[in-house]
Design a binder for this molecule. Sequence first.
Ligand code: MYR
Length: 280
Amino acid sequence: MKIAVMTDSTSYIPEKLIEHYQIHIVPLSVVFGDESYREGMDITTDEFYQKVKEAKELPKTSQPSIGMITEKLTELAEDYDAVISIHLSSGISGTCQAVASAGEMVDGIEVYPYDSELSCMGQGFYVLEAAELSQTGKSPESIIERLDRIKQSMRAYFMADDLNHLQRGGRLNGAQAIVGSLLQVKPVLHFVDKQIVPFEKIRTRKKALNRIMGMLEADANQGKALKVAFIHANNELAAIELKDQFDADYPNMDTMISYFGPVIGTHLGEGAVGAVWYAK
Ligand code: MYR
């Protein structure tokens, strides 16, 4: 059985790995006024952060259209029997649901939509695992079982310099009063039941980053081999500092730098930083 692996653009997987594993991508878009840009196709991450600085209005985002997804699936049906399609959390975007609906409309290929329940390189880690396994002759069901096992150890914590972006886009959950009081501070955020909620109210950026690192180190101290991504929104230096700090203490862990691209950057704002990890 020939299995394709598809994801959406918010997995922000390094280009080299996308090519190496022949991963198929459906793009989400950022919209400035009347102009829509498919991320990774019509706009790069650098161009996006520059454009935000110059734009009069803040951008919005949109999921891929069903038409775009059915087109992609029809293309894949020519070469593959099945596709595992891994997406950003269904609690923050309708993309995964759109892929499920499109899958019902396309003949000749079995579509397995998979909700990563987070986004960015955490989603990317699922994609890379699925891509490796798809080359070893495993069935779609057994690949999905492996993804479900990974989910048990997957952690994602992040902080935004300005929570107003998340609040404005309607992607910050939690009791309204708590959210209101959070806008002045730098809370650590995470996903619960597919949605973004405050994890802990923290006053300063430095303390929030220390808290995230503390949780990562606690997991690393359990002795399991972790795969870790340090993620930044146009602030690579901050991510490099965290990575260097962690690598110095845990030289045998598998770490990388990743980024919040245009769509996620729209909702987190420039300067956001986070870390995702799971036990290999
Ligand atoms: C859409 O318009 O469908 C896309 C909405 C994307 C919302 C993004 C909210 C922020 C996600 C942060 C993920 C951090 C993972 C480490």
